[in-house]
Design a binder for this molecule. Structure first.
Ligand SMILES: [Zn+2]
Ligand SMILES: [Zn+2]
Length: 173
């Protein structure tokens, strides 16, 4: 099985890493490999927010060459050039990053479900999927936490089909 590298940017939170590894293994048929904790890249950072693309590029530059993709999780809040915050970003066929800064909840179950949704969403982008108009589909764009809570952890039938064909092209099953 192809390897997907996993990094934590800033601090490690084992429960988040375990859920992320589960998603990588069960939904995308990749072997997750935890590569370690990476210090945040300060380029473009502003008060209590990191620039998402810079962190992702940094992580991609650290990805061992035997790994197919790289995924990162971080407790830091992220923003993007065009958005004042993002739950995550991804580059198709390269990798993605998810922030859990805005996913926290008193309920561990709810928190980890949100983590699984956002990781699945960014991994979907990594496999070339774009945003889906179905608000229940995990590929629906989350503008707020309410959007994340409303959508399911799964792909709609059409996105599932697109994912299957991308996985086939990559020789993953
Ligand atoms: Zn998206
Ligand atoms: Zn969909």
């Amino acid at each position: 099985m192809a390897v997907c590298s996993l990094f934590s940017v800033g601090v490690s939170l084992p429960s988040v890493e375990e859920e992320t590894e589960k998603v990588i293994r069960e939904k995308f048929k990749l072997t997750p490999r935890f590569e370690g904790i990476v210090p945040p890249d300060s380029r473009g950072s502003r008060t209590s927010q990191l620039l998402a693309e810079v962190q992702l590029q940094n992580v991609l530059s650290l990805k061992p060459s035997d790994a197919l993709f790289a995924v990162a999780v971080t407790p830091y809040d992220l923003y993007s050039d065009s958005l004042n915050f993002v739950f995550g970003v991804a580059y198709p066929f390269k990798g993605g990053i998810v922030s859990y800064a805005r996913l926290l909840s008193e309920s561990t179950e709810l928190f980890l479900s949100r983590v699984r949704k956002e990781v699945t969403h960014e991994m979907g982008h990594v496999f070339g999927l774009s945003h889906c108009p179905d608000p229940k589909c995990v590929m629906h764009f989350s503008n707020s936490l309410a959007d994340t809570d409303y959508k399911s952890e799964d792909f709609c039938p059409l996105c599932k089909k697109k994912l299957a064909s991308a996985m086939k092209q990559l020789g993953l099953f």
